[in-house]
Unconditional design. Structure first.
Length: 481
């Protein structure tokens, strides 16, 4: 009996040792450590950090070594998959902090939870700042004979909240997108894609988002495309209108992998239903469309007239094969901040701005690149002067102003911010600023703008800051030669 106990103890110890050493041996032999995530795994760290003149110990070596092992140990994908499976089946929870497990095989991206629960709500001033930013972009586009469109791709749980887990409480307050849609309801450049998709989702015979992915499927993308075509056709005379009637398509069902289930189950390619629209490819691209997340993609299509530039994120991936057939030239760009001067210099007739709902506050992190235009002088009813956080940079052909209005100023939700350039000759030029200070999405008192020097005469100028009808302070002095 004693011998049996010793054998059992020895076997238990050997089992523990095997469990601990097999991943290490697997890493050394390259077994099962390939990553399926959309990022590069940590590399083996160096013992020394080498510069041009020195060689020093890498003080972060042990930390980096730990990261390297945690991301490269043998059978990592299989062990992560097994751990995720046990968590989902036993506890109905996700083992990955980026993924939420819903019901009926639905998965959600955790970065949408703040919107869903109402945690990331912008202030009323923040919503107005979004509108003002888009209005200024649209005015710049219109002044340069460009038709601008804006829409936000809804979060998956905005269209299918019924599959979200019950332990996450859905906010009963309007979301950022709902509030923005209300304030933009009379703006011809805005498309309320969320409402269109909510109406489409009432048809329970099919879905318009992928169950295992954070994005819409091809049916959802097609609805957004047709909404864009309808908008352009209503605003451009003799537009080359080419909507796609789904009833005339040969739609087939196929399987596709998803970004969410790849994070949960890296060694098991869990498929979900996708719809092949059966569209004929009529366009050509400057590079093979193997990486739809490339920083820039350019397409051309014979027989079309209009050129379009699309400022977009990953939700536009499914739109690229559809939309590229509809325009003579399309540039898809992920550049941020949005460079609207590229729309002007590239001879584009149409500018499409798309951003996913969860990232709406990101529109307030960086002002678009475009020249400010002169505007009518606000009616000044009050003057007071005090120190303001203001900055001025001369970038050659452009004067860049930015800063933040002091807390002592009564900044209303709909207050506009202006820069006045007052010349020594007595001329005043007013420019409306973007209500944006770089990387401060929730700071409601920031501003920035770019003024093209060629719109000004050579003279000495003083810059003044205005908020609404109030002149606040002399900003700076500058000399234009």
């Amino acid at each position: 009996m004693e011998t049996v106990k010793k054998i059992a103890k020895a076997g238990y110890i050997l089992l523990i040792l095997a469990v601990c050493t097999v991943p290490f041996l697997g890493m050394l032999l390259g077994w099962g450590s390939e990553s399926t995530e959309n990022r590069t795994a940590a590399g083996l760290p160096e013992l020394y950090t080498v510069t041009e003149h020195t060689q020093e110990w890498n003080t972060a070596y042990t930390t980096e070594l730990g990261e390297y092992y945690s991301e490269n140990f043998g059978f990592r994908q299989e062990l992560v998959t097994a751990y995720s499976w046990l968590n989902e089946k036993l506890f109905l929870r996700s083992a990955n902090p980026k993924v939420t497990v819903g019901s009926d095989g639905w998965y959600y991206f955790n970065e949408t939870i703040d919107d869903y629960a109402g945690i990331s709500a912008l202030s009323d001033r923040g919503i107005y700042r979004l509108k003002k930013t888009l209005d200024l972009m649209n005015r710049y586009a219109s002044d340069n004979n460009i038709t601008m469109l804006f829409f936000s791709a809804p979060n998956k749980n905005s269209i299918y909240p019924e599959y979200m887990p019950r332990y996450i409480q859905h906010s009963n307050q309007p979301s950022n997108l709902d509030r923005l849609s209300d304030i933009l309801s009379d703006s011809d450049y805005y498309i309320n894609v969320k409402k269109i998709l909510q109406d489409s989702a009432k048809d329970k015979s099919r879905s318009i988002y992928l169950k295992n992915d954070s994005h819409w499927n091809n049916i959802g993308a097609l609805a957004a495309y047709n909404a864009m075509q309808d908008n352009l056709n209503s605003r451009i005379s003799h537009y080359d209108y080419c909507p796609i009637d789904e009833s005339g398509l040969t739609v087939s069902e196929t399987d596709t992998s998803g970004d969410l289930t790849r994070m949960l189950y890296p060694s098991f390619d869990q498929k979900a239903l996708q719809y092949d629209l059966g569209l004929t490819k009529e366009f050509s691209s400057d590079k093979p469309l193997t990486d739809l997340m490339a920083q820039e993609i350019n397409t051309t299509c014979q027989g079309r007239y209009y050129n379009a530039i699309c400022y977009r994120d990953s939700f536009f991936n499914a739109l690229i094969p559809i939309q590229s057939n509809a325009f003579a030239k399309v540039r898809y760009t992920r550049q941020n901040p949005y460079d609207l001067t590229a729309a002007k210099s590239g001879n584009f007739h149409i500018a499409v701005v798309e951003i996913v709902e969860r990232n709406l506050p990101d529109l307030l992190k960086n002002a678009p690149i475009m020249d400010a235009f002169q505007t009518e002088a606000p009616r000044i009813t009050r003057r007071r002067y005090a120190q303001q956080d203001c900055h001025f940079v001369d970038e050659g052909n452009v004067l860049v102003f930015s800063g933040a209005i002091g807390d002592w100023v009564e900044l209303k939700d709909d207050s506009n911010i202006y820069i006045e350039l007052r010349s020594a000759g007595g001329q005043s030029y007013f420019y409306e600023a973007f209500p944006i200070l770089t990387d401060d999405a929730y700071g409601d008192n920031g501003f920035s703008l770019r003024i093209n020097k060629y719109t000004l005469h050579n003279d000495e100028y003083e810059a003044y800051l205005h908020v609404g009808n109030e002149e606040l302070t002399r900003y700076t002095e500058l000399q234009l030669d």
